[in-house]
Ligand binder design. Structure first.
Ligand code: NAD
Length: 247
């Protein structure tokens, strides 16, 4: 398909899960995709799946790496800020390091990337920024997601502010709020909890009223829509894709 024909897209955390599915969906829609991650082996295997996917190592917490990457790729039309880190626990389980790390990966990364990518978008008068938030944010209080939900609520504020500031200059900015999606890192979190893995999976599934988890492809479909001109009249919005969890 040609939904993103002629567009250059930058995707963070494209090695696995939602970022990977989205990088592939963007490439299949005709975009030239720069897929980034800290996991270079994962990037290599992704690059092998589609000729329009280029890859580069990018740690979203490193401003020097962001500077270099954006300087070398100054015509980005679509920025998908997907990188995120889940810290588990209540406020009492959250030390300052976990708090700061959550903000560094989930929020500061978007500040730095948007700030550097925006000038080029404004110069060309076109651009779509898609930011990964979560239903666990200002939408819904979820137990044991204190630091995570705080950062994902901040992502919504960041998204709406950018949208408001540049609404008349051709740049749109929207947020995606998934429910629980079956990705490799969810598997890691289940294993990390220890004990009866089967029961933990069941508990994740049971909190989804649809009786199943989401797939990375279902989130990628929304990211593709928001990246493309089909959503040209949509900015500053918060898109929930959660199997009815927050309803
Ligand atoms: P994930 O957590 O499995 O991670 C994907 C990739 O992020 C990995 O390849 C990893 O190498 C990379 N990564 C980790 N630290 C990085 C860093 N500092 N810089 C660059 N890359 C880094 O992926 P996921 O579960 O698909 O989550 C992607 C996004 O979606 C996150 O922002 C997450 O918070 C959000 N989200 C996920 C779910 C879910 O249920 N999976 C639900 C709501 C929101």
């Amino acid at each position: 398909n040609t939904r993103l024909a002629g567009k250059h897209a930058l995707v963070t955390a494209a090695g696995a899960g939602i970022g990977r599915a989205t990088a592939l969906a963007f490439a299949e829609a005709g975009a030239q995709v720069l897929a980034t991650d800290i996991d270079t082996a994962a990037l290599e295997s992704l690059a092998a799946t589609h000729p329009s996917i280029r890859t580069q190592r990018l740690d979203v917490t490193r401003t020097d790496e962001i500077d270099a990457l954006v300087a070398a790729n100054n015509s980005i039309d679509v920025l998908f800020n997907c990188a995120g880190f889940v810290h588990a626990g209540t406020i009492l389980d959250t030390d300052e390091q976990a708090w700061k790390r959550s903000f560094s990966i989930n929020v500061d990364s978007m500040f730095h990337l948007c700030k550097r990518v925006l000038p080029g978008m404004l110069e060309r008068g076109r651009g779509s920024i898609v930011n990964m938030s979560s239903v666990a944010s200002s939408i819904k209080g979820v137990p044991n997601r204190f630091a995570y939900s705080t950062t994902k609520a901040a992502v919504i504020g960041l998204t709406r502010s950018i949208a408001a500031d540049f609404v008349a200059r051709g740049v749109r900015c929207n947020a995606i709020c998934p429910g629980t999606v079956k990705t490799p890192s969810l598997g890691d979190r289940v294993r990390a909890l220890g004990g009866d893995e089967e029961a933990v999976w069941r508990s994740f599934i049971e909190r989804q009223p649809m009786g199943r988890l989401g797939t990375p492809e279902e989130i990628a479909a929304l990211a593709l829509y928001l990246a493309s001109d089909e959503s040209a009249f949509t900015t500053g919005t918060v898109h929930v894709v959660d199997g009815g969890w927050s309803n």
